[in-house]
Unconditional design. Sequence first.
Length: 217
Amino acid sequence: MKKSLKKIITVVLTFAMMFAMTVPAYAKEAFKILKTNATIYSSKTMENRRCYNPDELIAYIGKRKVVVESSNTKVATVKIKDNVIWATPQKAGTTTITVKTERETYKCTFTVYKYVNPVSSAKVGKLTIKGTAFKKNAIYNLRYSKYKNKSIAFKFNLKKGWKLRGGISYARSNWGVAKMLPNGSKIKVAGGSGFLAVALAENIKTGQRERIHIYFK
């Protein structure tokens, strides 16, 4: 169980770095994330999500002893697990997350948004997916057997007011691969059921981020 959790945390950190998020290292300068946000997804999306959301990672604290609290637990709760501080969104709003060490105090503004569909359309190989497919959930499922060992292009077209942050990332079910490629790139679907491709969309005005997942079950 611990090995699996470590793999999940490794993937979260990898995705976070690929999307240019700042994850503080265990050092005197730790807990430097001053502002971040996450989305409160529907129960269906949460049930199907196979990995932690990098936006819910506040800081990696190493072996340092800290006390962490949320100023508004109705918006988000916080916990420390395996040397990582996680925030769990509860409802839309803003809360201040405070991290106290023996000598210092750090604060992080954490904003929770309701899910907003940023997708105009998406294309996976020859398949065109309408934006309405992401109206309620940030996830779209495909059959792995149909695409097994095929190199197919993934392209996400976003609605006005949204931009793609970085490119497209992907990972295999055993987390052996995690890379970032330009939008429209071909990716080989391999490694078994659980393969996924992810695009990170960001609202230009509000900064809200939505991760769009294509899962191969």
